[in-house]
Design a protein around this ligand. Structure first.
Ligand SMILES: *[C@@H]1O[C@H](CO)[C@@H](O)[C@H](O)[C@H]1NC(C)=O
Length: 353
C-alpha cells in the first residue's frame, strides 16, 4: 500500500537525520573536550605561582543569600540618586550614600563569617596618626565583622594599645626606616604582595590598603566589598581627564596616554578579594621595578602605577569620594556623608625629605 510505504520512508529518513545530528553533536563536543585538555596541558608547563590558582570567589561574591524574615524599605527601580553617576560604563556599581541598604548587606555577609585584613603603613613620624586611625576604625570600619589590622612600622614600640572589639586585632610588623617618603610608598606594594602570600592566604577573604594619616567619620562596611575595589580621588572627580595627574611619559610602565583613563583613583585606599589585590600589588611592584631600572620614578609613585593598572583591569566596584575625602576640603553637595578622610597635616613636620 503506497501510503504506508510513504510513512515508513518518512520515519526512516527522520531517524537517519536524527542520528546524523547526534553524531555531529557528539564529535563536536569531543573535539571541544580535546582542545580544552590540550590547552590545560600547555598551561601546566608554565611555572605559575600557586596564589593565582586559589579561587574562593563563589563563597563570597557570587552567591548573595538574604534571610526571609528580613523586612526593609522597598527598593525603587525608577527613583534614586540623580545628582551622581552610580554605575560605570563597564557596569560596576559606584557606591554613594543612598544607593545601598546597609542592614540588608550586613545580613547577607554576616553568615559568610568573612575576615577583612587591613594594611596600614606608619613609618617614621606617621606613627602619630595611628591612634586616631585605629580608634575611629573601631567605631566605623566593618563594625561587627572580623577585622585584622596589619601595622607596618619602623617604630614598633610606639604603636598605641587600642581596645578592640571581639574578633578584631592588630598585628605589628617591623619594616626598616627610609630617608625618602617616595621609597616608603614604593615598597608598599612589595610588602602587601608578601603579606598576602605568607600570612593571609586561607585566612582572610578581603583586604583593604589604607593610608594611616586619615580617620573614619562614618560607616565603611560591607557595601564596599568586591573583587577589585578602587576609590575615586576627591581632588579630581569633577575634572576633565586631561587634568588627571597620570604619568605622561611613554617610557614609564605607569604611562596613561591623553584620551585614556576612566577616573583618577586614590593610592590611599584600595582593596578587594585577596587574589585580586595580590595580582594588583605584584603587577604594580614589577612595573615599578622595571621603571626604576631605567631611572624613572612615576609622577605619583604607586598611585600612578595603580591608576595604570585600574585603567586596564577595571575595578568591579568603585567607591565614591565619600570613602576618602580630605579634611581641608569643604564638602560638595553630592557628598552627603564623609566616611574616611585625610587629616590636615604639615608635610614639613612628618616627611623625612
Ligand atoms: C569564623 O572564622 C573564624 C576564623 O576563620 C573561625 O575561627 C570561626 O570558627 C568561624 N566561625 C564560624 C561560626 O564559622
Amino acid at each position: 500500500m503506497p501510503p504506508l510505504n510513504g510513512k515508513i520512508v518518512t520515519v526512516v529518513l527522520f531517524i537517519a537525520v536524527l542520528l546524523g545530528v547526534l553524531y555531529c553533536y557528539i564529535s563536536q563536543s569531543y573535539r571541544v573536550v580535546l582542545s580544552f585538555e590540550e590547552r590545560f596541558k600547555a598551561s601546566d608547563k608554565e611555572a605559575r605561582p600557586p596564589q593565582e590558582v586559589v579561587v574562593t570567589l563563589s563563597r563570597h561574591e557570587l552567591h548573595l543569600v538574604s534571610q526571609d524574615y528580613l523586612r526593609y524599605k522597598q527598593p525603587s527601580i525608577v527613583q534614586g540618586r540623580t545628582d551622581v553617576v552610580t554605575v560605570t560604563p563597564w557596569l560596576a556599581p559606584v557606591v554613594w550614600e543612598g544607593t545601598f541598604n546597609p542592614g540588608l548587606l550586613d545580613t547577607i555577609y554576616r553568615p559568610k563569617n568573612i575576615t577583612v585584613a587591613v594594611t596600614v603603613f606608619a613609618v617614621g613620624k606617621y606613627i602619630m596618626f595611628l591612634k586616631n586611625f585605629l580608634e575611629t576604625a573601631e567605631q566605623h570600619f566593618f563594625v561587627g565583622f572580623r577585622v585584622h589590622f596589619y601595622v607596618f612600622t619602623d617604630r614598633p614600640n610606639e604603636v598605641p594599645q587600642i581596645k578592640m572589639a571581639a574578633g578584631r586585632q592588630v598585628t605589628v610588623m617591623s619594616v626598616p626606616s627610609s630617608n625618602r617618603w617616595q621609597e616608603i610608598s614604593a615598597r608598599r606594594m612589595e610588602i602587601i604582595q608578601t603579606l598576602i602570600e605568607q600570612k593571609l592566604e586561607n585566612y582572610c577573604d578581603y583586604i583593604f590598603c589604607l593610608d594611616v594619616d586619615s580617620k573614619f567619620h562614618g560607616r565603611w562596611g560591607t557595601e564596599s566589598l568586591g573583587g577589585l575595589v578602587a576609590v575615586i580621588h576627591p581632588g579630581y572627580y569633577r575634572d576633565e581627564r586631561s587634568r588627571f595627574p597620570y604619568e605622561r611619559r611613554p617610557a614609564s610602565r605607569a604611562y596613561v596616554a591623553h584620551g585614556e583613563g576612566d577616573f583618577y583613583y586614590c593610592g590611599g585606599a584600595f582593596g578587594g578579594l585577596l587574589q585580586e589585590v595580590h595580582l594588583l600589588a605584584r603587577t604594580c611592584r614589577e612595573n615599578f621595578e622595571a621603571d626604576a631600572k631605567v631611572g624613572i620614578e612615576a609622577a605619583w609613585q604607586e598611585e600612578s602605577h595603580l591608576n595604570r593598572y585600574m585603567w586596564i583591569n577595571k575595578p568591579s566596584k568603585v567607591l565614591s569620594p565619600e570613602y576618602l575625602w580630605q579634611d581641608f576640603k569643604s564638602r560638595n553637595s553630592e557628598v552627603q556623608i564623609i566616611r574616611f578622610s585625610g587629616v590636615v597635616k604639615n608635610y614639613a613636620d612628618i616627611r623625612p625629605n
